[in-house]
Design a protein around this ligand. Structure first.
Ligand SMILES: [Zn+2]
Ligand SMILES: [Zn+2]
Length: 101
């Protein structure tokens, strides 16, 4: 498989069709995850912890072409909480700076 940085329509369809666990191993995701971590300066977006960070998908709708707001950097305890309590996840609405709805 050729590793190219441009995500084509065909490749996006492929990314969306694969199992989530497989998607997490793709170069597309690894790059996006890294860019997102850099953008939030390696801090949990809920509690500001720099430890055990994970990039959480707020929605799986755009796998392969996620928007900034589709992703949330969380430390391990916050991530666990998000998955345990989805209501809490939905009540938190974090917007990137300068973005107004
Ligand atoms: Zn946290
Ligand atoms: Zn998650």
């Amino acid at each position: 498989m050729k590793q190219q940085y441009l995500t084509t329509e065909a490749r996006r369809a492929e990314l969306r069709a694969m199992a989530y666990a497989d998607y997490l191993k793709t170069p597309e995701w690894i790059r996006r995850r890294f860019a997102h971590l850099q953008a939030v300066e390696y801090r949990c977006q809920v509690c500001n912890s720099p430890d055990d960070l994970t990039v959480h998908h707020r929605t799986y709708e755009r796998l392969g072409c996620e928007k900034f707001t589709d992703l949330l950097v969380l430390c391990w305890p916050c991530h666990k909480l998000f998955h345990e309590r989805r209501k809490l996840a939905q009540s938190v609405n974090i917007q990137p700076q300068g973005m107004v709805k």
